[in-house]
Design a protein. Sequence first.
Length: 255
Amino acid sequence: MAAAVSKFMSFAFDPIYHWVAFTILLFFLIAFHRNSSFKVITCFMIYMGTVVLTPFPASLVSFLEERYQPVLSPPEKGAIVILSGGTVEFNTRTGQYSWYGRDDRILEPLRIWVRSKSLFIISGKEMSTEGSPIYLSETESMGKLAQEFGVPKEQIVLERDARSTRENARNVKRILEEKGITDFYLVTSAFHMERAMQSFHDLNLRPTAFPVDYLVTGRSMEAVPSMGTKNIQFFRLAMHEYIGLIYYKVLEMLA
């Protein structure tokens, strides 16, 4: 259920689909309610202008990223839990990795492991490569990369079934209980950390947040785009997270 809602949110809060819906609505209004078309056009242009031409979407992402501070000198913990999601896939034909812009999700945990030698737990199910004869799943690809960087195979646990953040938390909790581990790092993108921590807290788990993959926070204003397609990406990410937070709160209240 959570995975289906997550997929719906990806479409419902995407400005590109809003533009398509607006175009259809505009044709309808011109044909049947011409007097209302000017008001609709004005409101929509204000909305699109705010999304595309202002720093507002970047501010939404920055607020999420600043909820948890980066860990500059990480102490040793019992485990490092990594949530996969748009990170890397291994191509078995070329023998090479394909990176998707969130490589901090695996590289930073490897830096922690070098110092702590903690249990390495990778959680997530990549639907796009499921059953592919060419690509390993993202979770398997991250596990393979970890081994190549020196993490022993017996120290790597791959959780391949989670399709949402709540399922990540539920499945990881079972692994941690089996291993008798209570203190661990939770690694995910900084903009996603608030929702991830909420999901783990709902199950009475108390991880140490280790946010990575910063898109806005800590970057100079010149390096953060203030208009164009990047803004649309920021807006989509932010809305997905904010609505997801509300949805998870509602589920917790109803439980």
